[in-house]
Each structure stands twice: as structure tokens, then as C-alpha cells.
Design a protein around this ligand. Structure first.
Ligand code: ZN
Length: 110
């Protein structure tokens, strides 16, 4: 009888810990974002449009152009993009945006 209750609360505790750990992981990913969400979204949109026009030349040309046009610290953003698989414009749109979209989701919505 008592063991059932203990077991139940243990599971709750584990679930709660897991939930908190997942949220902490997401918070950490989010706090590592180099720009506000709306700026990142604008960057990804701009790079995607540039790719539609010119394609990817295996550099971060469109990305760095947008960053300098918007007065952003290029180095910090590029490091973050590369850490998330964005080594050229098309990878920025594919990999870094994916990471950003996953991480910015609010807990419980996924
Ligand atoms: Zn590319």
C-alpha cells in the first residue's frame, strides 16, 4: 500500500525532473541564440531569398552580407551558425534554422 504511493510519487518526480531537464536544455539552446528571434527569422528569410536568386556558392556570402547590412556582430553569429551546421548559406537555411526552430518552441508545444 505505502509502497504503491511511494512508487507513484517517484514516477512523478522522475517525470518532473525529465521535464525540467528538457526545459533547461531548451533554455540553454535559446540563451545561446546570438540574435533575437525576429532578427534570426529575418536573417533566415533573407538568406533563403538570396539562395533562390543566386544559389549557394558554398560560402556564407548572403549571410554575412545581411549581417553587415544590419549592423550585427558577424563573428558571434557566424560561430553560432557553424556550431549548428551552418557552414554556407544553404546550410544556414537548412541546419541552423532547423536548430533554431526546434529550440525556440515553448515547452509542452512540441
Ligand atoms: Zn551551401
Amino acid at each position: 500500500m505505502t509502497s504503491n504511493i511511494t512508487q507513484g510519487s517517484m514516477d512523478d518526480k522522475k517525470r518532473e525532473l525529465k521535464k525540467r531537464w528538457k526545459k533547461a536544455e531548451r533554455d540553454a539552446a535559446r540563451s545561446a541564440f546570438p540574435l533575437h528571434d525576429d532578427k534570426l527569422e529575418a536573417l533566415f528569410d533573407a538568406v533563403e531569398m538570396a539562395l533562390e536568386d543566386a544559389g549557394c556558392d558554398h560560402s556564407l556570402r548572403a549571410t554575412t552580407e545581411w549581417l553587415s547590412a544590419n549592423g550585427v556582430d558577424i563573428g558571434a553569429v557566424v560561430v553560432w551558425l557553424e556550431n549548428n551546421g551552418g557552414f554556407c548559406d544553404c546550410e544556414v537555411v537548412a541546419n541552423a534554422r532547423d536548430h533554431w526552430e526546434e529550440s525556440r518552441r515553448l515547452p509542452g508545444i512540441s
